[in-house]
Every structure is written in C-alpha cells, then in structure tokens.
Design a protein around this ligand. Sequence first.
Ligand code: AMP
Ligand code: ZN
Length: 111
Amino acid sequence: MENCVFCKIVSGEIPSPRVYEDEQMIVIKDIEPKAKLHYLCIPKKHFTYLSDMDEKKADVLKHCFQVIAEIKNDLGLYEGYRVIINQGKHGGQTVPHLHIHLLGGEPLKDF
Ligand code: AMP
Ligand code: ZN
C-alpha cells in the first residue's frame, strides 16, 4: 500500500528496529510511547480497519495474539499489559493500517 507509514516500516523503507518478526507480523516500539513500555504489533499485510473483519484478517489477528502471549516476557511485560486497537476516527486511529498497541512496564491508569 503506497504512502502507508506501517507498510514502509514493514518493507524497511522507513527504518525501525524490530523487537520481533515472523512471516506474518512485526513488533516495534512506538515512537511516542504512552507508557513505560509501548509496542506496536503490525501485521505485514496491509489491512486498514479492524471493522472490515473477515476470515483472513481474523487468522492474522489470531496469530498476533498467540505470538504476543508467547513473547510477553521477552518484551518485559511480565506483570501484565493492556491491548488496544484504535478503530476509525472516533476510536482515535491515526495510522490506517491495522495494528495492536501493547502497553505496560508499569501499572496503567484506569481509562
Ligand atoms: P493509532 O493512533 O492507533 O493509529 O496508532 C498509531 C501509532 O503509531 C501512534 O501511537 C504513533 O505514535 C505510532 N507511530 C507513528 N509513526 C511511527 C513510527 N515511524 N514508528 C513507530 N511508531 C509510530
Ligand atoms: Zn499499510
């Protein structure tokens, strides 16, 4: 997808160190962390919205959540973490490439 910042990170056009990578997803650190630890889990394939859910996207998300559970300790998220997907304008989505926020490393405030 042209002009998509996360596609450019996936392709390497925009350099961003990966804390995890496999054939379907990468995990990077958020450039503007909202918690002591703030990661983004980004599917390599461009999907714009969570709300356009179909079987393919569901499979990718299933993979992401399984991997997140496996690597949580390596990411320093021993004591728990918050998972956020911002969907669309009212959800606060600023990058139109489906991604999962992982926040932790400290107790998070209620919201
Ligand atoms: P959202 O608002 O849910 O679409 O989340 C987009 C997130 O991407 C924000 O938390 C941004 O700080 C983050 N972000 C944008 N550009 C980059 C980048 N080049 N590297 C890492 N994180 C980024
Ligand atoms: Zn994209």
